[in-house]
Design a protein around this ligand. Structure first.
Ligand SMILES: NC(=O)c1ccc[n+]([C@@H]2O[C@H](COP(=O)([O-])OP(=O)(O)OC[C@H]3O[C@@H](n4cnc5c(N)ncnc54)[C@H](OP(=O)(O)O)[C@@H]3O)[C@@H](O)[C@H]2O)c1
Length: 363
């Protein structure tokens, strides 16, 4: 194949506060399959995933190595092998990887496997995340599910709710950022596993309607509404969960986390999945949990998790998610934007709450 233009978005400057389009700049290169060495594969990116954690990857306080100015913006992606000099990878294979905001990449699958030996934990996790995962979908299953329900989104929801939260029949489950990629799957999984009441917190009446009418949540709270502002989030939760919350799956942090904690029942559980409400704040503005003593009073369990650390459960998770999606008990919504030019703008959608379901961009 003739040399091709490889469009790339790189980090233009250190990001402080809210992410803007100006934090990224174009730095296109050329790519050529003639450059391929033995053991390497060339990938063409098809779908780019947008994950709130990417904002933390722009800081020193992340769980992975910070993305440096001039480097391609890191992102999970779904790609197609277009050329291969590796016996285990053939042209046409669909793969999930950490391909970043670019059209093409050349990678050595065996080199990436050596990441386990890296001593620095942040760098080890960064390099381990670059591993290629073959995506084999049953006939008729749309490609995007390979990077949403059967990718990090579904795995996070399953591991967080089942392995960390240990959800049980009859429980009252509260989910924040409930209309987003992870939260929407968590709520449906909780219902599928017999939760008595599932309540979602989301921004706006449309999202709340979607949770109840389309996804089968029992109730939803619009945290942006005048009613919630007037009554306070805690009271709104207690109105919908009069006996209190057994399991709170939190994606937001800050005051949302505090409100959920204050509604816990005795021996309740808080699953700390993420804190999107805090990711754009300078570290000195991130408040602690002011009502942490509630956790003591209620003998509650609080457990955080990072999904890559639960790889031994991924097979079981994919089987379960496949079964529940086939039986119609789980529906993964998508917000699929289009066009390479729109990648920075699309990323910002996450923090403006403009997505419902999994946010992706088709290249
Ligand atoms: N622990 C892990 O391994 C792991 C893995 C994947 C994801 N996560 C975490 O899971 C959470 C959800 O991620 P996702 O990929 O599923 O994203 P998502 O929920 O699809 O998108 C983010 C949503 O968060 C809400 N949001 C944005 N800013 C907010 C704010 N300031 N306050 C309250 N809500 C806000 C918005 O919905 P509204 O309109 O409702 O505000 C937005 O649509 C994130 O915290 C992420 O870091 C953790």
């Amino acid at each position: 194949m003739a040399p091709l233009t490889n469009r790339r978005w790189v980090l233009a400057r250190d990001v402080k506060g809210k992410t803007t389009e100006g934090d990224f700049r174009r730095a296109d290169t050329r790519v050529d399959d003639a450059q391929l060495k033995d053991g390497e594969v060339m990938l063409k990116q098809l779908l780019i995933s947008f994950d709130p954690a990417q904002r933390t990857w722009l800081t020193d306080s992340s769980y992975v190595t910070k993305i440096k100015v001039g480097e391609v913006m890191r992102a999970i992606s779904l790609s197609r092998v277009v050329a291969s000099k590796h016996p285990d990878w053939q042209a046409g294979d669909l793969v999930r990887c950490l391909g970043g905001w670019q059209d093409y990449l050349i990678i050595s699958p065996d080199e990436v496997k050596k990441a386990d030996a890296i001593a620095d934990p942040k760098e080890r996790l960064t390099r381990q995340s670059e591993r290629l995962a073959k995506v084999v979908l049953p006939p008729g299953v749309p490609m995007e599910l390979g990077i949403s329900l059967f990718g990090v989104t579904g795995l996070t929801a399953y591991v967080g709710l089942v392995k960390v939260g240990r959800v049980k029949e009859g429980q009252t489950v509260l989910v924040s950022a409930a209309a987003g990629a992870t939260g929407s799957v968590v709520g449906q999984l909780a219902k599928a596993y017999g939760a008595k009441t599932v309540v979602g917190i989301a921004g706006g009446p449309e999202k709340c309607k979607f949770l109840v009418e389309t996804l089968g949540f029992d109730a939803a709270i619009d945290y942006k509404s005048q009613e919630t502002k007037r009554k306070g989030l805690r009271r709104c939760i207690m109105e919908r969960c009069p006996e209190g919350v057994d399991l709170f799956f939190d994606n937001v942090g800050g005051e949302t986390l505090e409100a959920g904690i204050s509604c816990l029942r005795e021996f309740g559980t808080v699953v700390l999945c993420g804190a999107i409400g805090e990711y754009q704040k300078p570290s000195k503005e991130i408040a602690g949990i002011r009502n942490y003593f509630e956790l003591v009073k209620k003998s509650a369990r609080v457990e955080g998790f990072l999904v890559p650390r639960f790889a031994s459960s991924f097979g079981e998770a994919v089987d379960e998610l496949g079964r529940l999606s086939k039986s119609g008990q789980i529906h993964q919504a998508h917000d699929i934007q289009a066009g390479f030019e729109s990648l920075p703008k699309t990323f910002i959608r996450l923090f403006e709450g403009r997505n419902t379901g999994k946010l992706l961009c088709k290249l």
